[in-house]
Design a protein around this ligand. Structure first.
Ligand SMILES: [Zn+2]
Length: 444
């Protein structure tokens, strides 16, 4: 089949020349990182703000990679360096181009600047602004934990030090990949952060069990937010749109919120919420548990005696999630089940979780839980030969096979909401189409 090169590909080629480090191509895997948009922190993902026409993409690609957050003193030079193992303040600021003995002494000895010395962790990105002769103008150092930084400024030979929130901007990135061995192998190869990969597993968690359902050749595309500070990525934000083709079936997720109240959810292109009454897997998905996919540890359905359920092999301590909203009916020790939790859900549904190592705090008879809440941890209490979760799905207190039971389907958006939904998600749909097309083009 002949593939006509769409305009976006030409633009991407140009973009790749200018920004080779921002363009990922793996064997058979197409991945695009576009500065689709540069905007203030916490942008609402509505289509009016997300209108990334191809023209604006190109214009925004011309932005310098590092946009200095403080641009009020144009004569200053901006330098950025990552902290390396064994760095001291002296070696770090030397790499930053600071040639200012007085400033180096201040940074090394003053009490206000002491957190820099104490929190010199490899990988942190430090930004310095200097004058033409290397004299320090300012230095910003990211503090451990939350998005805070220490800002040291030198003005007419006087120093001021303050702790402040890191200036951030949110960019929209788009990536797509194909599963060859595992989800994380695929997401690593295209540079999709773990937080976004796990979010993707959550978004599709009502339809796909990411521990057991994935197959070689599955494909995915993601449009997501990435929070940057001074041109450096800080963390992944929300997924705005995603598409996952699992065993030949394609699922689409579009983020939509009715009001700009920060709450929202994921919907298919038909306006049906992706969130299902029950999650497909009671196990928390992570890099560690994702490796537990050998056939030995695949879910096993037992039918022996009254012990009817599914066993999920997982490392001890793995989070066990409530698969649906409900209340705790039982929590404690129960015979062969060991540490055991039974949750009561809507209608006549209940779920049960056995062999737990322990319970999450607050999980007591009568307490309310929400879908996805961690209620306990995988262990090997009760009658078991190894660490695993025993999971039961019950209807009117009778065990049924959760892997085959037909579950109540979700209610779609009301007709009068559909128009707004379509308008707001048009761009997201177009973005998914763009990166999917790129992927196909490369594997042809
Ligand atoms: Zn079992």
């Amino acid at each position: 089949m002949k593939f006509r090169k769409p305009a976006i590909l030409t633009q991407l080629a140009t973009y790749r020349e200018r920004n080779p480090e921002q363009f990922w191509v793996g064997a058979g895997i197409g991945a695009v990182s576009l500065f689709g948009m540069v905007a203030a922190f916490a942008v609402a993902p509505d289509s009016s703000q997300l209108s990334v026409t191809q023209r604006t993409v190109v214009e925004q690609l011309d932005l310098p990679k590092s946009t200095p957050a403080v641009a009020s003193q144009p004569e200053a030079f901006v330098h950025q360096e990552r902290v390396q193992r064994g760095d001291t303040i002296a070696t770090l600021v030397a790499r930053l181009g600071v040639q200012d003995t007085d400033a180096v002494n201040f940074l090394r000895t003053s009490r206000e600047a002491a957190p820099i010395n104490r929190q010199m962790r490899p990988g942190k990105t430090v930004t310095a602004r200097t004058g033409a002769g290397g004299e320090l103008v300012s230095l910003s150092f990211p503090l451990n934990g939350a998005e805070r930084e220490l800002l040291v400024e030198k003005n007419a030979g006087k120093y001021s030090v303050k702790e402040q929130t890191q200036p951030t901007e949110t960019r929209i990135l788009m990536k797509s990949g194909e599963i060859r061995s595992s989800l994380f192998a695929a997401t690593d190869s295209i540079g999709l952060p773990d937080a976004a990969a796990i979010q993707m597993a959550d978004v599709f968690g009502g339809d796909i069990d990411f521990h057991t359902d994935l197959r070689k050749g599955d494909r995915f595309s993601v449009v997501y937010e990435m929070v940057y500070s001074r041109g450096e990525p800080v963390r992944a934000g929300r997924i705005l749109a995603a598409e996952f083709t699992n065993q030949g079936h394609t699922y689409k997720a579009l983020f939509y919120q009715e009001k700009d109240d920060g709450k929202g959810g994921y919907y298919g292109s038909d306006g049906k919420p992706l969130r299902k009454a029950f999650l497909r897997s009671p196990l928390e998905f992570s890099r560690v548990t994702s490796g537990f996919t050998s056939s030995r540890l695949h879910p096993i359905l037992h039918t022996m005696r009254a012990h009817k359920g599914v066993d999920y092999g997982a490392p001890i301590g793995t989070g066990v999630r409530a698969t649906a909203d409900g209340t705790v009916q039982f929590q404690g020790r129960q015979g062969g089940y060991g540490n055991f939790v039974v949750l009561k859900h809507q209608g006549s549904f209940s779920t049960a979780y056995g062999h737990l190592k322990g319970f999450a705090s607050g999980v007591r008879p009568g307490s309310r839980v929400h879908q996805g809440d961690v209620i306990g941890y995988v262990g090997m209490t009760g009658m078991t030969s190894g660490p695993h979760l025993h999971y039961e799905f019950r209807i009117a207190d009778k065990q049924v096979n959760p892997l085959t039971v037909a579950l109540p389907s979700a209610v779609p958006l009301a007709k009068e909401q559909m128009a707004a939904f379509r308008t707001r998600t048009t761009t997201l749909t177009a973005q998914l189409d763009q990166i999917r097309g790129l992927n196909l083009a490369q594997s042809n």
